[in-house]
Design a protein around this ligand. Structure first.
Ligand SMILES: NC(=O)C1=CN([C@@H]2O[C@H](COP(=O)(O)OP(=O)(O)OC[C@H]3O[C@@H](n4cnc5c(N)ncnc54)[C@H](O)[C@@H]3O)[C@@H](O)[C@H]2O)C=CC1
Ligand SMILES: O=C(O)[C@@H]1CCC=N1
Length: 275
């Protein structure tokens, strides 16, 4: 991976998390490029080569990371197709919903293009991302390893054998950081309502979230057991958990994640087959 030239098409929120994470992990700035049609998106960027012309940016790249919005993907991919060499580089698409088959059609028409579809998340910026990967049948063993190495450099990776699982992953871990950030917002605000100074509520919230995640990751016990250890019989936690369960928090999250999964699937139809 260290020698590969990795070119990002689209330099927004998710691309900047990946680029920042890769730089932190020691990938040379000389091997990273980013192209974006909006020069403001690149203004505050890391010290890597930036382009406003996608076709110029992809020249000699070993890996092209497609990081534009799903609705822009067809147009961007079809334009890149006009400039691909005889042996196309590895494509990594991080777009929610967009299927490998559609990407291959846009990029290659009838010829096979090596594509790895990935659903990463923004904690990649601090090497704590979680990515699910799924490879097209035309991805070589080396390209498989290359994609794995790029994403593993910024966090956990899991491979999916069934691309259909990607929309569930998008609902769980792709969107997931937002659920935890929302919970942090809620806890901090509630702490203030209970009488704590804002900064005290903020710090206690963040450290509690971090501590709970670290403990769950490092423990051999499941989350339910760890929760039980906090919940003293007749104590305070029991009151809070009972209140949350009386409002059926499980059903609320079922509906929320189903809505996200359904949206990912509908984006594939909206921006894919008809595009
Ligand atoms: N934000 C997130 O947490 C995650 C996003 N994703 C996926 O990553 C992709 C990008 O999402 P974000 O970074 O959030 O969006 P964003 O809007 O922050 O970034 C997209 C960038 O693409 C640029 N762009 C638009 N048209 C272009 C073109 N023709 N050529 C080159 N660049 C162009 C835009 O100027 C913008 O900077 C999406 O497909 C999304 O589904 C996947 C996982 C998590
Ligand atoms: O909200 C979205 O559509 C993207 C995909 C996962 C996270 N952000």
């Amino acid at each position: 991976m260290k020698e590969s030239i990795i070119c990002f098409i689209g330099g927004g929120n998710m691309a900047s998390s990946l680029i920042g994470g890769l730089l932190q992990t020691g990938v040379s700035a000389n091997n990273l490029r980013v192209a974006d049609t909006n020069p403001n998106a690149l203004a505050s960027y890391f010290p890597i080569q930036t382009y406003n012309d996608n076709l110029q940016a992809i020249q000699d790249a070993n890996v092209i990371v497609l990081a534009v919005k799903p609705q822009q993907m067809a147009e961007v991919a079809k334009s890149i197709a006009t400039a691909l060499p005889e042996h196309p580089p590895l494509f990594i698409s991080i777009a929610a919903g967009i299927r490998i088959a559609d990407l291959n059609r846009w990029l290659g028409k009838d010829r096979a293009i090596p594509i790895v579809r990935v659903m990463p998340n923004t904690p990649a910026l601090v090497q704590s991302g979680a990515s699910a990967l799924c490879a097209s049948t035309h991805v070589s063993k080396q390209q498989h390893e290359l994609a794995e190495n790029i994403l593993r450099a910024v966090g956990l990776t899991v491979w999916l054998t069934d691309e259909n699982m990607m929309d569930a992953v998008t609902a769980l871990s792709g969107s997931g950081p937002a659920y935890f950030f929302l919970l942090m917002e809620i806890l901090e605000k509630t702490g203030v309502q209970l009488g704590l100074p804002q900064e005290t509520a903020r710090l206690l919230t963040l450290q509690t979230a971090f501590g709970a995640a670290k403990m769950a990751l490092e423990s051999s016990e499941d989350a339910a057991t760890l929760r039980a250890r906090v919940t003293s019989k007749g104590g305070t936690t029991e009151q809070a958990i009972n209140t949350l369960q009386a409002s059926d928090i499980q059903a609320l999250f079922d509906r929320a994640l189903q809505a996200a999964q359904t949206r990912a699937t509908s984006m594939a139809d909206e921006y894919g087959e008809q595009a």
